[in-house]
Design a protein around this ligand. Structure first.
Ligand SMILES: [Zn+2]
Length: 201
């Protein structure tokens, strides 16, 4: 159901692995802990191996069916591990354009217009870091006007103080290309539905 149903088919492939190996478009699967906490994103092929080895259970299918000579299987969009795994340390959230736009709600932090670019609050030419605390989303106009000046020099203010987002969901939004089916599982962990701006960035 839903979306475009991609059918994988190969007469010569004798196993589902062989069919997926021959597929150039790599789809990704969201992996949840046994407690439904989001853990990360893996290639669909790896997720399928987890399911077939009974280390994980498919929670959401991608709606795509993989055919091979031995049968057919649904490909997973979301899987849940059968056994709880402990995460020993907190990962920091990768600073990506997508994650940044999601943090700033797709808005320019200076004027609130639709964001279209990334701005360093303290310009890099003035020693500003490429970090969550110094990077914001901005519209083209503000970015152009601000250029390599500091906020003090032009008398501007930030609408919000930039910080690193926290929560497992952000790690995932910052890395993969989020599937709409994942949001149900990511929202309790701080993700918000992507705005069209952030989704197309
Ligand atoms: Zn602006």
């Amino acid at each position: 159901m839903g979306g475009g149903c991609k059918i994988y088919q190969s007469a010569r492939a004798t196993s589902w692995q062989a069919v997926l190996e021959g597929d150039s478009s790599v789809s990704q699967t969201l992996v949840l802990n046994a407690t439904y906490d989001p853990l990360g994103v893996v290639a669909e092929r790896r997720a399928l191996i987890l399911v077939l080895n009974q280390r994980a259970t498919m929670v959401e299918s991608s709606g795509e069916v993989l055919h091979y000579s031995g049968g057919e299987v649904f490909l997973p969009s979301v899987v849940k591990l059968n056994k709880f795994i402990r995460i020993p340390y907190r990962h920091s959230v990768p600073l990506s354009r997508r994650a940044l736009f999601a943090r700033d709600h797709g808005r320019c932090v200076y004027c609130g217009a639709t964001a279209a670019s990334i701005d360093h609050v303290i310009p890099r030419s003035r020693g500003g870091q490429h970090s969550w605390e110094n990077v914001v989303s901005a519209c083209h106009r503000c970015n152009h006007q601000k250029a390599d000046k500091t906020l003090k020099e032009i008398g501007w203010r930030l609408r919000t103080i930039p910080r690193e987002p926290v929560g497992a969901a952000w790690r995932i939004l910052g890395t993969g290309r989020p599937d709409a089916r994942w949001l149900t599982y990511l929202e309790p962990y701080g993700a918000e539905p992507l705005t069209s701006t952030a989704a197309s960035a």
